[in-house]
Design a protein. Structure first.
Length: 536
């Protein structure tokens, strides 16, 4: 009878993992009270900010899609082509059906954020001060918690992958399921899922080479599950009906070379809150940004698979943002969540970098990583000041809804607006019918289609309002983002994407003669403010 050979490297790896996991748990237990206090403080701050937050159109739009049909099949059909995978909408529908109140939208976002923070605080191997720095960032204080969108769900799944990677990498299909779910949160998370698979494969090759082993087999099974999730996400998103909203970054890099600074500018604190906060100007971002981002990946030099995955994903997303669709902060932060996850997974082994030069480079890279997190924390502090203390709203939709509820004569009014999408957040507050002038239809959500009217005039809005009243006999309320009493010499104005509106002097005079302005709302931190009129 042959005696089975023992894979000492495998045993050593498993033993080292067990020792490190025990050390991690001991460290967490030793500092449990400081971590618990940190978690509670974060919860209190986020809930306070959420109580001051007015839901914005992209947030409510997701809930409207989730409730667009009487059944789940109809909801998924209606969602097809919206441009986002279905997981967030499915969760919103599942939460709404038992209770039937729209407040499930912010509640779901806060619940997802609390799970993300809980994993970071109680499962990560980071020192609690580094955990505090991550939680203090703009993403976790506001963008992935208070802002109720699908990007926070993507961050939760990325952190779940980090939390369970070591113990589940060579067992079961849990990681493949998590990757498939992450791919169905948003398009950038889908790209990160591919990068995570690349990291996983590189780590196996580093350990076992190219010869086929049980590790390779387990990876292949999980990769197949993740690939299925990617296919489902792609089939849900494409072909998109929002073809007018697909904006290519036609400008490209100013120098003709790959520019890491500009597409990731908001990670560095530039233009996140353009009305009051600019830590760096565009010139500083272009010069300083690429250095900091690339340097932050160097902290992973002690683990070559993690370093290569971070570097290649950064370059790949930069190419996408330079030559493809323009990114924004929510997209860029998904990459930073992936970078944090790579540090998380490899934290106990990052000190194993061999050679004095590599140790020095790795240390400098980690310092850059901390600087990047510190910049995020300054933006989180700005959230507390601007949203919490000053109370700057993201939208005037709640004020608009309050105005309608205070006017019994407008209870059954039909609402129109320009741009049409200004109506979308009102669905959280009111049940009035919306009429989209550019698409010539009633609905809850705008379709940014090239089939809609791209050019509109004030006269067209007035004609549509008169036609609706003649057909229905109901009051007509008009919301205009364009301030008619402060127009400059330019009489044609560009709105979102490829839309324009014209307002000649005689058209404005006719509009003012036919309508009464009943409200003029103040400034916001976005573009969602307007003057409100009723048709006489």
């Amino acid at each position: 009878m042959s005696v089975p050979t023992l894979n000492y490297k495998y045993v050593t790896d498993k033993s080292m993992f067990a020792l490190r996991e025990a050390a991690r748990r001991q460290s967490v237990a030793k500092l449990f009270l400081p971590r618990l206090a940190l978690f509670v403080a974060w919860i209190l701050i986020v809930v306070w900010l959420a109580s001051r937050h007015v839901l914005w159109r992209d947030e409510v739009r997701a809930l409207s899609f989730a409730l667009a049909s009487d059944n789940w099949i109809g909801m998924l059909r209606h969602l097809h082509g919206e441009g986002h995978p279905a997981l967030w909408y499915i969760l919103l529908r599942a939460a709404y059906d038992p209770v039937g109140v729209p407040q499930v939208l912010p509640a779901m976002s806060l619940a997802m954020a609390a799970l993300t923070a809980g994993l970071l605080v109680f499962r990560s191997p980071f020192p609690w001060l580094l955990v505090a720095l991550i939680l203090a960032g703009h993403a976790f204080v506001y963008e992935y918690s208070v802002m109720a969108r699908n990007y926070g769900l993507g961050a939760l799944l990325i952190f779940a992958l980090a939390a369970f990677f070591r113990e589940r990498r060579d067992h079961g299909v849990g990681l493949g399921i998590l990757l498939a779910l992450a791919a169905n949160t948003n398009a950038i998370a889908a790209a990160i899922a591919v990068a995570f698979l690349a990291y996983w494969l590189l780590e196996i090759v580093e350990e076992s080479g190219l010869s086929w082993t049980m590790k390779h087999r387990r990876f292949a099974i999980n990769a197949a599950i993740a690939a299925l999730g990617l296919l489902v996400a792609f089939a849900t998103m494409y072909p998109t009906f929002n073809d007018a909203a697909f904006i290519l970054n036609s400008e490209g890099p100013a120098t003709g070379a790959l520019d890491l600074g500009s597409p990731f500018a908001k990670l560095l604190g530039y233009d996140v809150w353009p009305s009051h906060l600019t830590l760096f100007g565009p010139r500083a971002v272009v010069l300083f940004g690429p250095i900091l981002l690339l340097a932050a990946t160097l902290g992973l030099m002690g683990r070559p698979p993690a370093f290569l995955a971070a570097l290649l994903s950064l370059v790949g997303l930069a190419l996408f943002f330079n030559l493809g669709v323009k990114g924004d902060y929510r997209h860029e932060m998904t990459w930073l969540a992936f970078l944090i996850a790579l540090y998380w997974i490899n934290w106990p082994r990052l000190r194993e970098a061999r050679g004095q030069v590599r140790r020095w480079v790795s240390g400098a890279g980690f310092a850059a990583f901390v600087v990047l997190l510190t910049l995020q924390a300054t933006l989180g502090a700005a959230d507390i000041v601007v949203v919490g203390i000053k109370g700057a709203p993201e939208s005037r939709s709640e004020d608009f809804a309050r105005l309608l509820s205070s006017r019994p004569d407008l209870k059954d009014s039909i609402l129109i607006a320009d741009p049409d999408y200004m109506l979308e957040p009102l669905r959280y507050w009111v049940d009035n019918p919306f009429y989209f002038v550019r698409e010539k239809r009633f609905g809850d959500t705008v379709r940014f289609s090239r089939k809609a009217r791209s050019d509109l005039s004030i006269s067209d809005l007035l004609a549509a309002a008169r036609s609706l009243r003649a057909a229905t006999g109901r009051p007509i309320v008009i919301a205009l983002a364009l301030r008619l009493d402060s127009l400059g010499e330019d009489r044609r104005f560009r709105e979102s994407y490829a839309w324009t509106i014209s307002a000649r002097t005689e058209e404005v005079a006719a509009f003012n003669a036919a309508c009464n302005r009943i409200a003029s709302f103040g400034s916001v931190s976005s573009d969602e403010t307007y003057d409100v009129y009723t048709l006489k």
